[in-house]
Design a protein around this ligand. Structure first.
Ligand code: WQD
Length: 355
């Protein structure tokens, strides 16, 4: 029996999943990815190995780290696929990313979102339980706070009714995992509430690769920067914020990934349910992001002020103190670094992984 702890990463070929797999491997964990590639591609899996091989060569990863990865192209809804994975691998814990994540699309397709995101979690937990694996980190979201009464947001802030089915799935899955532990205290659950993950690995080999027109701000700005889009759509400049545009807590995806490693390291030998925000504690406006990306790409990016987007809140940023107190984790990278890394990824891969 190897002393390497294998982590099943559902959705591990995705934006946050792929960056987390890199950090897990570099930290000495083994990684087993299940991903149906509906919102990612196998090239991302190959690039994870490429990055970790280089890290090994640079002495930044244990020898053999890049070999400790297995990939199963399958869907978490497929119970047989999960059974096979647990039969073929000694799984220490699970990081559960796999799920649909587009806010607007969830409003149009609620049935698909509830079915996919909730059912895949129920099946995953049932198979985990059957194989005696009761350690899970769940990819939750600050969206469960809804329209905040005040900022910064700590984990004790009230969970508000979600404003869209995507947000409800995060809300409900948090409840499911909490109830699972209540019924069986052997479960060890960490609910990580992400704020706004952006940026890319410094190598430029992996990054955010949304299909179609990006819903989120930074991938859209990146496409303006490479000339794919004409101007940044600014959804409202009449919010009660310093410059009138929406304020969010942007966090570098590599910082976020390292937060998952810190969570797993902390979970060793524990049981319980822990809710932790992963954010920087700093709010940045849409225009702050445009200015930072303009610095990164070396030209002033044009903006087009448009009406507010339905469902958006004015301001939302984290109180990151608990992650520091509990995990000893603090986000390192600032907005300029996030935009510089995002620009490198986008300019090296104008068509994402399709290049
Ligand atoms: C950020 C700011 C917009 C696009 C959502 C989910 C969250 C997470 C990330 C999935 C807001 C403004 C945006 C654009 C703009 N989930 N904006 N022009 O809405 O904070 O969070 O995505 O990954 O759970 O809730 O992120 O990037 O869409 O918006 O002006 O073209 O940018 O109004 O103020 P959001 P976002």
């Amino acid at each position: 029996m190897s002393d390497v702890k294998n982590i099943l990463v559902t959705g591990g070929a995705g934006f946050i999943g792929s960056h987390t797999c890199v950090e897990l491997l570099q930290a000495g964990y083994g990684v087993v990815i299940i991903d149906d590639l509906s919102n990612s591609c196998e090239k991302a899996v190959n690039r994870i190995a490429q990055i970790v091989k280089q890290a090994e060569a640079d002495g930044k990863a244990p020898a053999g780290a890049s070999e400790r990865m297995k990939f199963y192209e399958d869907n978490v809804l497929n119970r047989d696929a999960l059974e096979r994975i647990f039969a073929e691998n000694d799984i220490y814990g699970v990081i559960h990313f796999a799920g649909f994540k587009a806010v607007g699309e969830s409003v149009e397709k609620p049935l698909e979102y509830y079915y996919n995101n909730i059912t895949n979690t129920l099946i995953l937990c049932d198979v985990m339980r059957k194989h005696g694996c009761k350690r899970i980190v769940f990819s939750s979201s600050a969206t469960v706070y809804g329209e905040p009464d005040s900022v910064p947001l700590s984990e004790t802030a009230e969970k508000k009714p979600a404003t869209n089915p995507y947000g409800w799935t995060k809300w409900m899955i948090e409840q499911i995992l909490t109830d699972l532990h209540t019924a069986d205290p052997e479960w060890d659950v960490v609910l990580l509430r992400y704020f706004n993950p952006i940026g890319a690995h410094e190598s430029g080999l992996i990054g955010e690769d949304p299909k179609g027109i990006p819903n989120n701000l930074v991938p859209y700005v990146a496409q303006v920067a490479i000339g794919k889009m004409k101007a940044v759509r600014v959804f409202g400049n009449d919010y009660p914020t310093p410059d009138g545009t929406g304020v969010r807590d942007y966090i570098h995806v590599v910082d976020l990934a390292r937060g998952h490693v810190a969570a797993l390291n902390w979970m060793d030998g524990k049981t319980g349910v822990e809710v932790v925000n992963l954010g920087t504690g700093k709010g940045s406006s849409v225009l702050d992001v445009v200015a930072a990306f303009s610095r990164a790409c070396g030209r002033e990016l044009p903006v087009d002020i448009q009406p507010r987007r339905a469902g958006d809140v004015a301001e939302n940023y984290a109180d990151p103190q608990k992650a520091k107190d509990v995990f000893g984790w603090v986000a390192e990278y600032d907005l300029d670094r996030m935009c510089a890394d995002s620009w490198r990824w986008q300019s090296m891969n104008p068509n994402g992984y399709a290049d």
